[in-house]
Design a protein around this ligand. Structure first.
Ligand code: ZN
Length: 292
């Protein structure tokens, strides 16, 4: 039996397409610019066919939001996105028709959450929550080996936030909610307020405190809802020097020792490196090929 797995990391600016296997070996990969669905998706399929085409499963970790209701006629489609041309685009269907094997699709964030739980910073725990803070904010959680879903994937980046007392005069940049978590703490909101990314602001700039404060409030919300054994904080903004320690300190101070998880140790950096996106797709595909 062929054990090759087709991997698709479908992003808003590029698709990374690869071939891997259950031992986490990535045999080949390519990059395809994200233009229009009718161009980008067939280009990904053509490349996968050129690698042999006989796959045990396809794993797709995609930007969203996605329809993940298996009974829906639009399962595996992107739903409402601000990205031009991609609202209602069918992502999973063309791969399912091209390759006679199971197709797993979920958000890129959920893929990363599952991969971090299986192989990364959440390994060995029964519950791991992954939050990415970059151009957007998104979160996924694995509990008892399974990703948490309701009628669709969680939208943890869009929780409402209390306002930091010094963060005045900024409406927030989320096109749907204004000053939700993403609207206040994602990279574009930082540039909109202070004219630079967090890592480019001086170490004593108040932006460091404000962003850490918002992330610490978010962490407490997720602790209150789920009490995850581990909270993995990833994404470009989290690479700012000192930010993780600031979030830990504020979350600990504000949490008052109430929660079972001690955020001085449960809050961690991601454990997976530059292949995290493809490993997310692989984690999703292995779940589809070997459902538990
Ligand atoms: Zn929002």
């Amino acid at each position: 039996m062929n054990d090759k797995i087709a991997l698709v990391e479908a992003g808003g600016t590029k698709f990374i397409v690869g071939v891997g296997d259950a031992s986490r070996h990535i045999h080949a990969r390519t990059r395809i610019d994200t233009t229009r669905p009718e161009e980008t998706v067939p280009a990904a399929i053509d490349w996968l066919r050129a690698q042999g085409g006989d796959y045990a499963a396809v794993g797709i970790a995609s930007f969203g939001p996605l329809d993940l209701d298996r009974t829906s006629p639009t399962w595996g489609h992107i739903t409402r996105t601000t990205k031009p041309h991609w609202s209602d685009a069918d992502i999973a269907g063309p791969f399912a028709r091209a390759f006679a094997c199971p197709v797993a699709i979920d958000t890129d964030v959920n893929g990363a959450a599952l991969a971090e739980w299986k192989w990364g910073a959440g390994q060995g725990t029964t519950s791991t929550l992954y939050l990415t803070v970059g151009t957007g904010v998104g979160g996924g959680a694995v509990v008892g080996g399974r990703l948490v879903h309701g009628v669709s994937h969680p939208e943890m980046g869009h929780i409402r936030m209390p306002r930091h007392p010094a963060d005045t005069g900024f409406a927030g940049h989320c096109p749907f909610h204004g000053d939700c978590l993403e609207g206040l703490a994602a990279g574009p909101s930082i540039v909109a307020r202070w004219g630079a990314s967090l890592s480019d602001l001086p170490a004593d700039h108040i932006g460091h405190d404000i962003i850490a404060w918002y992330l610490a409030q978010a962490v407490q919300t997720f602790q209150a809802i789920l009490e995850p054994a581990r909270i993995v904080l990833g994404g470009g903004v989290m690479q700012t020097a000192g930010l993780l320690d600031r979030v830990r300190a504020i979350a600990w101070e504000h949490g008052g020792g109430y929660y079972a998880g001690d955020c001085r140790t449960t809050l961690v950096n991601p454990g997976l490196g530059h292949d995290a996106g493809l490993l997310g797709a692989l984690a999703l595909a292995l779940g589809a090929a070997d459902p538990r």
